[in-house]
Ligand binder design. Structure first.
Ligand code: D5M
Ligand code: FE
Ligand code: ZN
Length: 488
């Protein structure tokens, strides 16, 4: 029998560790237990699993008395169980936690803007239209076609409703005029924001440059990558707030553990390998005046302890957590990963990883750009037609601008680092954000743009601003396509 146990599992592509082997061998009917375990352990294709003693105990705990000692299994009473996949291919491609430092001197601000300018100029240099661009100082003394790359220092309307964009590089500045009869370019100009880096093709008219083209660093269309697993996207859970939707979140946990939902939903649950949390895991303390009146857990450590208790119930998938503006973290972006001082219980979870905001990770080769989304407040306030309700449009525009928070000095605090970590240097397969508490999804040039909504019902603050959250709606990318799961 000894060899039989191992062989039968090997045929089913399941490996046993020593404790599992002994538990099964010492059971009163090992052969029946082996068959039943193999029948109920689901593994995804190409995944070799390791069965542990703990799993055998858990499985035996699920069987009711009818089954023990008998020769059959009551399948309807046994939830399908999934083993810990041993082959997470998880990598951090970019994390600002360790790299980001500044002593706050003003020279850092100038190196910060220099870094932003040079990174984005590099991308613009690849554009066919900007081949052979020249420094602004030279361009203003030429009178044929002008091609320049600069950072926007100001943008305003003239009294005749044309637009003037002030553009700067290290050699000088130029004033670019966009005529309102040039409809296409004028529409593009309405999307331009302060401190972004753009290219301009035009002609010199006296001291002005008349724009015929405005060029963003842009994004090429990317190829679809095969995905044979599911990734769950969460954000803005706000644990500790009196408006945190505890019951709905518990339903989510039951689902991911295979104990809730219809057949299709359970199949998706069985396929989940990663959960990504894009900030505001807890409600925090002192985030806004009189917040304590809206808290059920008033201590930040206790909020993370509660988070550890809830996320601790998920043991078979890898969980990746980035901070948001409610987390115990410096507010200036890039925000470093939440520290162990605040979130000890979460650090103790072996399947949980902390990253910075923003961060880029690779999940089995799928690149996910995680950004909480604070800059959406600035974009919604500044750009005509943009709103919290349609964060997918903002995400698309940020991708085109290749910067996560282009506007400096408004509501999004940006650390004046020596390097600008918010430039989107690499195109992700998935761009995952939160903050607005309203779900959105769009496929743009092959990139999945996802806003993962919230597990917090409408707050007093949101009532004042008429922000209506979409609660407990969880986006999942299952085998490459989006599924929305509703836990409300
Ligand atoms: O953000 C919760 C919601 O409130 C989200 O829709 C953004 C909005 N919000 C938050 N702060 C601001 C500011 N300063 N201006 C405009 N809208 C804002 P949360 O980060 O969870 O508090
Ligand atoms: Fe939030
Ligand atoms: Zn937020």
């Amino acid at each position: 029998m000894t060899d039989d146990i191992i062989l039968k599992f090997a045929d089913a592509e399941i490996l046993l560790d020593e404790s599992a082997y002994h538990r099964i061998k010492d059971y009163n009917d090992p052969s029946n237990l082996v068959d039943s375990l193999i029948k109920h352990l689901t593994i995804s294709p190409q995944e070799m699993m390791v069965l542990t003693g703990d799993w055998v105990d858990k499985y035996l705990g699920q069987l009711n008395d009818d089954f023990l000692g008998s020769n059959y299994v009551k399948t309807d009473k046994i939830a399908q169980m999934k083993l810990v996949p041993q082959d997470f291919d998880f990598q951090i491609i970019k994390d600002a936690s360790r790299k980001s430092y500044t002593n706050g001197e003003i020279k850092d601000l100038s190196s910060y803007f220099k870094s932003r300018y040079h990174k984005l100029k590099e991308l613009l240099n690849y554009k066919r239209e900007l081949k052979d661009s020249y420094p602004i100082k030279e361009a203003t003394s030429l009178d044929d076609v002008v091609k320049i790359i600069g950072m926007v220092s100001d943008i305003r309307n003239t009294k005749n409703n044309h637009k003037l964009i002030e553009l700067e590089d290290e050699t000088g500045s130029a004033t670019v005029l966009i005529h309102n009869e040039n409809h296409e370019v004028f529409q593009q100009a309405e999307m331009v924001v302060k401190d972004e880096v753009i290219g301009v093709v035009g002609s010199r008219k006296g001291t002005l440059i008349m724009a015929s083209e405005l060029i963003n660093p842009g994004v090429p269309r990317i190829d679809e990558k095969p995905m044979d697993f599911a990734t769950v996207f969460l954000s803005d859970i706000h644990i500790g707030s009196s408006t945190f939707l505890n019951e709905e979140f518990n339903r989510f946990i039951h689902w991911i553990n295979g104990d809730f939902g219809d057949e299709e939903q359970q199949e998706i649950a069985n396929n989940v390998k990663y959960v990504v949390v894009a900030g505001d895991m807890v409600d925090g303390i002192g985030v806004y005046p009189h917040q304590d009146k809206e808290l059920t857990i008033k201590d930040i450590h206790q909020q993370y302890e509660e988070a550890a208790r809830l996320f601790g119930e998920i043991s078979h998938v890898k969980i990746i957590v980035a901070p948001g503006n409610h987390d115990a973290c410096r507010l200036a972006e890039p925000q470093p990963a939440i520290s162990e001082d605040y979130a000890k219980g979460l650090y103790d979870l072996k399947n949980l990883e902390f990253v910075s905001n923003p961060a880029m990770v690779s999940l089995d080769g799928i690149k996910v750009l995680i950004y909480h989304g604070r800059s959406f407040d600035d974009m919604a306030m500044t750009v005509k037609g943009m709103s919290h309700q349609q964060s997918d449009l903002i995400m698309k525009e940020l991708l085109e601008k290749r910067h996560l928070a282009p506007i400096y000095g408004e509501r999004t605090p940006l650390a004046s680092e020596i390097e600008d970590h918010l430039v989107i240097e690499e195109i992700p397969d998935v761009f995952h954000t939160g903050h607005v508490h309203i779900n959105s999804y769009k496929r743009y040039k092959g990139v999945h743009l996802i806003n993962s909504g919230t597990f917090q019902s409408q707050t007093e603050f949101q009532k004042i601003y008429n922000i209506v959250p979409t609660c407990a709606q969880v986006p999942v990318i299952n085998n490459g396509s989006l599924k929305m799961l509703d836990f409300s």
